[in-house]
Write a protein that binds this ligand. Structure first.
Ligand code: 4NP
Length: 159
């Protein structure tokens, strides 16, 4: 079982989208029993809330139902997950600060490192203060990065 926790700032836009996109990819591959997927936020502002209406609406356009309830990341998540997948440099820094050991720190990965079709894109940018096109862009990037990450994990599993 591979346990992946997606992280963003608020846990209402990017990380619940990554969570929903990865769930669908894993299901399509028939691997539901091999992956545990969840998401959390750095901040506590939106705890208990469904994803932002705009992210839900854009997700629906692509056939996704994003219905995660926001929660805040805590250091104990390092014990529960194998990979902590962050969206941008600020997330990386905020999660790294909470790592208690080198083992914790080595679990942190950046989603932009798994992009296959967007060379030079170094973050999954925060769409919160953006427009419709920013939300569409996040979905496009996350579909690419989640697919890249799953391919990498499946390749590692057969080694
Ligand atoms: P997310 O977007 O990190 O992708 O969930 C944000 C959501 C809320 C806020 C910032 C970013 N906020 O400042 O409340």
């Amino acid at each position: 079982m591979v346990k992946i926790l997606f992280i963003c700032l608020g846990n209402i836009c990017r990380s619940p989208a990554a969570d929903g996109i990865m769930h669908r990819l894993v299901s399509q591959a028939g691997l539901d029993d091999q992956y545990l997927i969840d998401s959390a936020g750095i901040g506590s502002w939106h705890v208990g809330q469904l994803p932002d209406q705009r992210m839900r609406r854009h997700g629906q356009r692509h056939g996704y139902l994003f219905n995660h309830r926001a929660r805040q990341f805590k250091p104990q998540d390092f014990d529960r997950f194998d990979l902590i997948a962050v969206m941008d440099h600020e997330n990386y820094h905020d999660v790294s600060r909470q790592a208690r050991t080198e083992t914790d720190r080595l679990k942190i990965i950046s989603m932009s490192d798994y992009l296959q079709h967007h060379p030079g894109q170094s973050t999954i940018p925060d769409p919160y203060y953006g427009s419709d096109s920013d939300f569409e862009w996040v979905i496009e990037l996350l579909e690419d990065a989640c697919d890249g990450l799953l391919k990498q994990l499946r390749a590692n599993a057969t080694k």
